[in-house]
Unconditional design. Sequence first.
Length: 100
Amino acid sequence: MTAQPRLSLDDVRAIAELAKLHLTDEELHTYTAQLSQILSYFTLLQEVDTSHVQAATVLPLRSVMRPDMPQPALDPADAVHNASDSEDNQFKVNVVLGDA
């Protein structure tokens, strides 16, 4: 049996930061325990021998993608034609994250 994965408070704090979540210390402790438990379940599932199980699907396997055919590029002026704001054939948008 493999070692059980255990997340640290710093791991959960980093995950929360990536998700832009502001967690209290109590929430950090709660989520650290819960996420560590979830990871241990995945570790347990990885140990199950599924080599004898045939893959199954309820839908037919077929590609729904069209063939990738080269096409002429869209003219930059046409691309920004209906944009609410543009400059020099580029979309002009508000800053989303931090200072730019």
